[in-house]
Design a protein around this ligand. Structure first.
Ligand code: MG
Length: 160
């Protein structure tokens, strides 16, 4: 395999009132949370798919099926750790990752540094190597109507 590999990931979760919101590995204060089999951390799920995609290892559903009881309510940081282990087993390390969150609400800017600091040790990089950006979709589409949140992630891996 080549020395440098790039992968992308995308995920969406629907939101409902009264559920806890976990995003980027941390708890977000909001009146809605994600409807999901796991904790619904859509950013981590997109990141997992970017890591797996870079090495052609399939997708998150292959490793953590959403009908498996063992993954019910699971902390997505555990899933991310396992994906990173697969990356390391192939001899690769993460160079950097870049994520874009599509969310009308809540305002995520105050949380972003803490997300980066939370994810960096799991990914075995410095917080500055994890970029997390948030944008609204100008009230358009399902994200604009606050029915759900979507995340795009890109990860660059290189052979150690
Ligand atoms: Mg998901």
């Amino acid at each position: 395999m080549k020395k440098i590999r790039i992968g992308n990931g995308f995920d969406v979760h629907a939101m409902a009132e009264g559920l806890p919101m976990w995003l980027g590995g941390i708890r977000i204060e909001h009146n809605k949370g994600f409807v999901a089999h796991s904790d619904g951390d859509v950013l981590i799920h997109a990141l997992c798919d970017a890591l797996l995609g870079a090495l052609g290892l399939g997708d998150i559903g292959v490793y953590f099926p959403d009908n498996a009881q063992v993954f019910k309510g699971i902390d997505s940081k555990v899933l991310l750790k396992r994906c990173m282990k697969l990356v390391h087993e192939k001899g690769y390390i993460l160079g950097n990752a870049d994520c874009t969150i599509l969310a009308q609400a809540p305002k995520l800017r105050p949380y972003i540094d803490r997300m980066r600091e939370t994810l960096a040790p799991i990914l075995d990089v410095a917080a500055e190597d994890i970029s997390i950006k948030a944008t609204t979709t100008e009230r358009l589409g399902f994200t604009g109507r606050e029915e759900g949140i979507a995340v795009y992630a890109t990860a660059l891996l290189y052979l150690q």
